[in-house]
Design a protein around this ligand. Structure first.
Ligand code: ARG
Length: 473
């Protein structure tokens, strides 16, 4: 179906169709398009532009089209440029003449902006729920890890021991900020553009506040030009996902390292590992590598959209059609990654002895020795130099550090005790620190944060918009 047959002669050239037809991907908006059209029809009824019978006929047709699309039995025909055209064509087939009234007072410009905000609202909340599911796995593994510890690193050099639970929750808290960003983006984009028309509103008695309410938006647009022309909400969604991708890439990199024979802190479950087509012995961490690798694609989608948006004159421009594929792909890819990582972390086998062995030793307690001296009245800079000198001497003369510490008049037995395996991490007592008491408290705070986030996500969820009752007609 062509939407402008009065104005232009001939059909669209094949090359034009090839470059511009979007129904192959924007059919993902079908549910939202039906919801938006239902609200619009109800608005036309409220304004007296459609009779109650006409409203009922159109709503019934829209419901049927929605069901056909959901069942996958409605295929685009040549001329169905996008999902909006497809739906209107099919409604007209089903409803007869009244189908020609569906688009009254509306443009595809406010229609697509409405659809995309509805899509973002439900999809970003679904991403957030997937993040929480991964966080739940991290929380469970942190609880199970108990007092197991491993080296904490700076510059990828062993620095101080930390509890395994502390390390896992470091990723958990970063993901909590990702959830926060997703929810904040949903709150900001929760504004209806419906009623903005092509760019300037309408001469007909439309009520943008009413249709915004029907669609469960918390507000309507303030400015029709802005409503149809900005995709800042898509850019925000892509940023949220890209930054989360960066977080997931760090987790992936860590598992890649930890599962090597060199580190051997963990073994992947067979179901979350891959083999090699040539090397029979291989067990590869492809899931972790893909979690690391997807971030490039996600960052690319954000960058691409920002460049598309830059310098676009007000109001709608067809360039904006380029917003959808990166958005759909980013959301799909990050959800696949989140779910695969949740399974990977749930099934990882930890090697506590290996971790703890790496964390024990002089490096684990050097700062504790210095702090012991501080407590006994020595200025920290002097204590640092004294302990550094002992470490240096231990390395140079191949003498165990503990012997030098034991023999030193300022350290002695108390110093040697601090060097006992497993002791240093227990000395990390400050809030938010890496020791057992602080981590036990952190675990509970993290569990509470997940409860809060689950209910924040739930508060923004709406019933499937396409199935909204035909109230207000
Ligand atoms: N497929 C278009 C898009 O995604 C729908 C809006 C078309 N509007 C127009 N004036 N050609 O942006």
């Amino acid at each position: 179906m062509t939407l402008w047959k009065g104005r232009l002669g001939e059909g669209m050239a094949d090359e034009v169709a090839a470059v511009s037809v979007s129904v192959g991907f924007d059919v993902a908006l079908a549910e939202d398009d039906i919801a938006g059209s239902r609200a619009h029809v109800q608005g036309l009824g409220k304004g007296g532009i459609l009779s109650p019978d006409e409203v009922q006929t159109l709503l019934a047709a829209l419901d049927r089209v929605g069901a056909e699309l959901a069942a996958g039995v409605l295929d685009p025909q040549p001329g169905d440029e996008d999902v909006h055209t497809l739906v209107e064509r099919r409604v007209t087939e089903l409803a007869g003449d009244v189908g020609a009234k569906l688009h009254t007072g509306r443009s595809r410009n406010d229609q697509v902006a409405t659809d995309l905000r509805l899509w973002c609202r439900r999809s970003l909340l679904a991403v957030a729920a997937d993040v929480v599911a991964l966080q739940e796995v991290l929380l469970r593994r942190a609880r199970e890890a108990g007092d197991a510890y491993l080296p904490g690193y700076t510059h990828l050099q062993r620095a101080q021991p930390v509890l395994l639970g502390h390390h896992l929750l470091a990723h958990g808290w970063a993901l909590a900020r990702d959830v926060d960003r997703l929810v904040a983006t949903v709150e900001r984009l929760d504004v209806s553009p419906l009623g903005a028309g092509a760019l300037a509103g309408s001469s007909l008695p439309l009520d943008p506040d009413y249709v915004a309410g029907v669609l469960g938006f918390s507000a309507r647009f303030e400015n029709s030009l802005d409503a149809v022309s900005d995709r800042d909400f898509v850019a925000e969604a892509l940023f949220d996902v890209a930054l989360m991708g960066v977080h997931l890439s760090r987790m992936g990199e860590e598992i890649v390292l930890w599962s090597t024979d060199e580190w051997a802190f963990c073994t992947l479950d067979d179901a979350y590992a891959t083999g090699s087509s040539m090397l029979p012995q291989k067990k590869n961490p492809d899931v972790a590598e893909l979690a690391r690798g997807k971030s490039g694609r996600l960052i690319g989608h954000l960058t691409g959209l920002l460049v598309t948006l830059k310098g676009l004159p007000l109001a709608y421009n067809r360039d904006l059609q380029e917003d959808k594929e990166p958005l759909f792909d980013a959301v799909e890819q990050v959800r696949l990654t989140l779910r695969a990582l949740a399974g990977l972390y749930a099934t990882l086998e930890w090697h506590h002895e290996r971790m703890q062995g790496a964390a024990d030793g002089p490096a684990a307690a050097a700062v504790d020795l210095a702090e012991l001296l501080v407590v006994r009245g020595m200025p920290f800079r002097q204590a640092h130099e004294l302990v550094a000198g002992l470490v240096r001497e231990s390395v140079a003369r191949h003498v165990p550090l503990v012997e030098l510490v034991q023999a030193h008049p300022d350290l002695g037995d108390a110093g040697a005790l601090v060097l006992e395996p497993g002791v240093p991490v227990t000395r990390r007592t400050t809030p938010g620190g890496a020791g057992p008491a602080a981590v036990a408290e952190q675990v509970e705070r993290f569990a509470r944060r997940l409860d809060v986030d689950r209910s924040r996500i739930g508060r923004h969820e709406r019933p499937t918009a396409g199935a909204a009752p035909a109230a207000g007609t």
